[in-house]
Design a protein around this ligand. Sequence first.
Ligand SMILES: Cc1ncc(COP(=O)(O)O)c(C=O)c1O
Length: 398
Amino acid sequence: MQRNYQYYKQALRGNQFPLCFLDVDLLKENCKQIKTRISHSKKIRIASKSIRSVEVLKMITDFDKDLFSGIMCFSMAEAVFLSQKGFDNLLVAYPCMQEKLMEELCVEIKKGKTIILMVDCKKHVDAIQAVAKKNNIVVSICLDIDMSTDFPGLHFGVWRSSLFNKNQVLELVAHIQKNNHVRLDGLMGYEAQIAGVGDNAPGQILKNKAIQLLKKISQKEISKRRKEIVEAIQAKGIKLKFVNGGGTGSIEQTCTEEVVTEIAVGSGFYSPSLFDYYNSFKHQAALAFAVEIVRNPKPNVYTCHGGGYIASGSVGKEKLPIPYLPNGIKLFENEGVGEVQTPFIYSGNEKLEMGDPILMRHAKAGEVCERFNEIILIADGKVMGKVPTYRGEGKCFL
Ligand SMILES: Cc1ncc(COP(=O)(O)O)c(C=O)c1O
């Protein structure tokens, strides 16, 4: 069935706006497409920050039990929550110094759950060692290595980990080996400059070409670095259980690296607007939200209730949600999206009335779930139910 304005308007009739909805058919299509992008027998670890709903995480995992291997969590508190919801193999991908949360994680680990914590310096290791020792357990840890590439005058990547090269990694490995309540099980390296940067934006031919070239050079350099680091760790007698890399935007490239065992994928399932313009893939707009027309200050100007759900990151127009349907609906430059009201100008053929929805898409995948308690599920042109977001379960992790 064609996904146009009438399709969603009819499906959502009778629901209260604003609302967030998931087109389950398109989610399944994205799962299928993502599976075809995976090669060299790699597994997928689902990046939960880009999903933020337990039920949707289950829907994705159920799509192909052999393809998915665990969850990449974005906070320790979330890992505790997901463990208690029945999930296992939880990699907490970002360090955290909260002792109380580590204690809570130890409780889950003692129940037999596999939960892996992230480190990139001695302080992280020492904090985990202390809590693990108190609990008389060994906690599994993962090293986060920096995957950016420095060009003259350009740091192509992000600032996260303090581990840039093999020597720094080996120094930390030696420290880990002296601590008997931690065990090095994994390595993670997120090449944000490849996975998270679009390279096929309309009307920007030169910029796209430049980004594609930088990505190509960076890819070559980081795959060499990652291999060297993995081999150096193995030479110390450590058997890594997994090597995680990539994200939605780099699946094809990261899969070609022999030492990588799994790819982190999150955004591709909902496919928000920042993922519309990549050279190597195009997924379906599965998640969107609808705001209601409540005012009509001028013919073809429609003002809606809500809509100001801006994405994190550097400030720029690309962080605004984008007007999605009906075709021909646009934001006003001067107003953008409002805290309470958002005006639109419309040049299409639909006859819009008070109470009708305007559909928008968020720039990022998971953040919009912090604005809604539930996600309405649409399949085959009908609402088939609704599921809570993390927020709807009373959880706000970051
Ligand atoms: C450590 C890490 N891995 C992978 C990803 C990729 O996730 P996604 O597929 O949602 O872009 C991210 C996103 O920021 C990340 O922080």
